[in-house]
Ligand binder design. Structure first.
Ligand SMILES: Nc1ncnc2c1ncn2[C@@H]1O[C@H](COP(=O)(O)OP(=O)(O)OP(=O)(O)O)[C@@H](O)[C@H]1O
Ligand SMILES: [Mg+2]
Length: 329
C-alpha cells in the first residue's frame, strides 16, 4: 500500500463530484458538483427529497454506479488523501467493506435468505481478513454479533434471516458493516422499515460503536428527528447539489436556504409519520431537463429574476455554515 498523505483530521474529502446517467431521455445529472469533508469521528447527515442524489453520492464514493448508464464524470474522492476515483477495480475492492462500509437502504434485502447469519457475517470477514482457522473466524463472527448486542450470538450464527426479528436483522446488517473495522460507515436510510423504538435502539447502538471505535459515519435519512439525535453536521441536497451545509445546530436554528427552511417547516409533529414528510408545494425538478438558474426557484417564495437565469454562488453565512442562494449574496 502506498504512502498516505496526512490531511489533519479530515478523513474523507469529496471535491466537485459529478455523476451522470446517460439515458434515452437525456443526461440525468444525478450528482452535479458535490463537495464536503468528513472528519474522523464525525457523523454527517445527508438530507433532501427523494431523487435529490443522496444515494448516487454515496454509491459514487463506493464506485458502485452501474455503468452504463451511469458514469462518474468528474471530481475527487480522497480517503486519507488517496483519490479513490483513480484506483483500479482490484484496489477499490480492498477499500469497499474494509475501509468504507455501506449499509443499504433495506436491511431485509441486504441479507441472503438461503444462508445462515453466521455464513454471511463470516463471509464478510473472510473477504478482508486472513484469520488462521475456521475457529478464529467463528470467534470473530460471535464477537461482531455481540458488538451489535445480538443475544446468544453463538447459537444465532446458525439461524437464517427469517428466524430473526426485523430489528435483529438490521443489527446483523450493521454487524456485517462494522465487521472489518472500517474507517467510514455509510448508512443509507437504514431505519425506515422499523418502528420508532427499535430505530432509536439501533441508532444508539451505532453511536456507541462510534464512541468505541472512532468511526466516521455518513447518515442518509428523510427524518430530521434522526438527524438531530445522530449527526454533528448536515448537508442538504437538492437536484444533485448540496445547497446548504453546516453543523447540526446551525442548520436547525438558523437555516439559511429557503429549501432547508421549507424542509424544516414540513417536519411532521409525530415522528412516525414518515410518509408525509416533505410536503413542500411543487415538484422536485426533472434532472435531465434542468432549467438554467437555481432549480429550486420555481418552488421558492423568495425567487426573483436572477434566480431563474443563474445558479447562485455558495456563500458562507457564518463560520462553517454555507448555503447557495441569491438572497444571501
Ligand atoms: N441507474 C440509474 N439510471 C438512471 N437514473 C438513475 C439511476 N440511478 C439513479 N438515477 C437517478 O439519479 C437521481 C438521484 O437518485 P438517488 O437514488 O441518488 O436519489 P435519493 O436522493 O437517494 O432518493 P431517495 O430518497 O428516494 O432514496 C434520480 O433522478 C434517479 O432517477
Ligand atoms: Mg436513496
Amino acid at each position: 500500500m502506498g504512502e498516505r498523505t496526512n490531511h489533519g483530521d479530515v478523513l474523507l474529502r469529496v471535491r466537485d463530484l459529478r455523476t451522470y446517467f446517460y439515458t434515452r431521455w437525456g443526461v440525468v445529472k444525478a450528482v452535479d458538483g458535490v463537495s464536503f469533508d468528513l472528519h474522523r469521528g464525525e457523523t454527517l447527515g445527508i438530507v433532501g427529497e427523494s431523487g435529490s442524489g443522496k444515494s448516487v453520492t454515496v454509491l459514487s464514493i463506493m464506485r458502485l454506479i452501474p455503468s452504463p448508464p451511469g458514469r462518474i464524470v468528474g471530481g475527487e474522492v480522497l480517503l486519507d488523501g488517496e483519490n479513490l476515483l483513480a484506483l483500479d477495480e482490484g484496489e477499490m475492492q480492498k477499500v469497499r467493506g474494509k475501509r468504507i462500509a455501506l449499509i443499504l437502504q433495506d436491511p431485509m434485502t441486504s441479507l441472503n435468505p438461503v444462508f445462515t447469519i453466521g455464513d454471511q457475517v463470516m463471509e464478510a470477514i473472510r473477504i478482508h481478513q486472513k484469520l488462521p482457522s475456521r475457529k478464529a473466524l467463528v470467534e470473530r463472527a460471535v464477537e461482531v454479533l455481540k458488538q451489535v448486542r445480538i443475544p446468544a450470538a453463538e447459537t444465532r450464527l446458525r439461524d437464517y434471516p427469517h428466524q430473526l426479528s426485523g430489528g435483529m436483522r438490521q443489527r446483523v446488517v450493521g454487524a456485517i458493516g462494522i465487521s472489518c473495522q472500517p474507517q467510514v460507515l455509510i448508512a443509507d436510510e437504514p431505519t425506515t422499515s422499523l418502528d420508532a423504538t427499535i430505530q432509536a435502539q439501533y441508532l444508539r447502538l451505532l453511536k456507541t460503536i462510534q464512541q468505541e471505535t472512532g468511526l466516521s459515519i455518513i447518515f442518509i435519512t428523510h427524518d430530521f428527528g434522526i438527524v438531530a439525535k445522530m449527526c454533528d453536521t448536515v448537508a442538504v441536497m437538492y437536484a444533485g447539489r448540496i445547497v446548504e451545509k453546516g453543523d447540526v445546530r446551525q442548520i436547525f436554528n438558523r437555516p439559511a436556504h429557503p429549501y432547508t427552511q421549507a424542509l424544516l417547516a414540513s417536519v411532521p409533529k409525530l415522528e412516525e409519520d414518515v410518509e408525509r414528510l416533505y410536503s413542500i408545494p411543487g415538484q422536485p425538478p426533472v434532472l435531465h431537463d434542468l432549467p438554467p438558474g437555481c432549480p429550486f426557484a420555481p418552488r421558492c417564495a423568495y425567487a426573483y429574476d436572477r434566480c431563474k437565469v443563474e445558479y447562485p454562488p455558495t456563500v458562507e453565512v457564518e463560520q462553517g455554515h454555507t448555503a447557495a442562494c441569491w438572497k444571501l449574496v
